[in-house]
Design a protein around this ligand. Structure first.
Ligand code: ADE
Ligand code: ZN
Length: 356
């Protein structure tokens, strides 16, 4: 019979005692292997730079100016990050490209123990918001997800995503694509992009359409917008999860409200540090939010852009806050409880978390 809990090389140790090299290695290996659930991952943002370079060379697209000398993505700040993200996305032109992308992304996630992942899929990049084109991209993504599930044991679900700086009318087209394809695979609707543009409420029509199609709702808020952006998301879009949401910490009444309503935060600590929100993980509010009763989960956002992965996120949380395998198990269970998936799948994932 399998062990009901992941192996914990730190069990019984003094948490304040520093780890020697071997203990650190064993710990990181145990963290990498433990089953994980990731709720906040942008499909294009998870594209390895080598993958994008390969497609650019196949299609003779010039992508100079988006890579650094080591071959990683290069950007100066958040607006520049969005520019580089969209430039890289230009080489993803066909359903076949998204098939290949999906295989690459899921293989990479599975290497870090991810057994369930929700990724943000944007009809704007997959067929320009046209429903029948979107269906073709989606079929390719689902086919690749099935292959990855059989090969690596990772399950994918999709959250259709509007891009905020493309405006409310474009968001309505994305919501229509979402509503037309809602089901076992497309389970949610959300919004990313430049949070400093307009108000959450400008997108209420799109979110209402998605809600009427029984999709679960999330939006990026409290990342580059302050607490008011989170209040608007709760009031005007009626989301049940929030992407990031970390700047709620600037308003403790709001923190209390988030905790009381049971709204789940999709926290991406490495992303927040890489994009300059906090100087380092030690300064990140995830622990303070959790201690205030907020239901937090951990994700990577756009892992190659931020030189991170799920193992790296957890290792950094260990270094800054002393969190270990039991805390990471609890975060995994919170993520499964908050997943936008069917109840039979949730029950299966819960079992897998407990028996791997
Ligand atoms: N799109 C991809 N990553 C994002 C982020 N961190 N914030 C807003 N939009 C995004
Ligand atoms: Zn994000």
């Amino acid at each position: 019979m399998s062990d009901p809990k992941p192996f914990d090389p730190l069990a019984g140790r003094d948490p304040a005692a520093p780890l020697d090299e071997e203990a650190q290695y064993l710990f990181e290996d145990a963290v990498r292997r433990m089953p994980k659930c990731e709720l906040h991952l942008h499909h294009e943002g998870a594209a390895p730079p080598d993958f994008i370079r390969q497609l650019a060379s196949e299609k003779s697209v010039n992508l100079s100016g988006i890579f650094d000398r080591d071959g990683g993505y290069a950007y100066a700040d958040f607006p520049d990050f969005l520019r580089v993200y969209e430039a890289a996305t230009q080489v993803l032109k066909t359903p076949e490209d998204y098939h290949r992308l999906t295989l690459a992304v899921l293989e990479q996630s599975a290497e870090h123990g991810v057994i369930y992942c929700e990724s943000f899929l944007s009809p704007d990049f997959c067929g320009g918001g046209d429903v029948s084109a979107w269906r073709e991209y989606l079929a390719a993504i689902e086919d690749a997800a099935g292959i990855a599930e059989r090969a690596h044991g990772i399950t994918l679900r999709g959250i259709v995503t509007a891009v905020r700086h493309f405006g409310p009318e474009t968001a309505k087209r994305s919501a229509l694509c979402a509503a037309e394809t809602a089901g076992e695979f497309i389970t949610g609707f959300g919004m990313g992009g430049d949070e400093t543009m307009g108000h959450q409420g400008d997108f209420a029509y799109a979110f209402d359409m998605a809600r009427e199609a029984h999709l679960k709702l999330t939006t990026h808020a409290g990342e580059f917008g302050g607490p008011e952006s989170i209040r608007e998301a709760i009031r005007d879009l009626r989301v049940v999860r929030i992407g990031h949401g970390v700047r709620a910490i600037e308003d403790m009444a709001l923190v209390e409200e988030i905790a009381a309503r049971g709204i789940v935060l999709e926290v991406c600590p490495g992303s927040n540090v890489a994009l300059g929100l906090y100087p380092d993980i030690a300064a990140h509010p995830i622990k303070r939010l959790q201690e205030a009763g907020v239901n937090v989960t951990v994700s990577t956002d756009d892992p190659p852009f931020f030189h991170t992965d799920m193992t790296g996120e957890f290792v950094q949380l260990n270094k800054s806050f002393g969190w270990g395998i039991p805390e990471f198990c609890a975060l995994g269970h919170s993520a499964i409880a908050a997943a936008f998936c069917s109840e039979p799948l949730r029950a299966r994932l819960k079992k897998q978390m407990e028996t791997n």
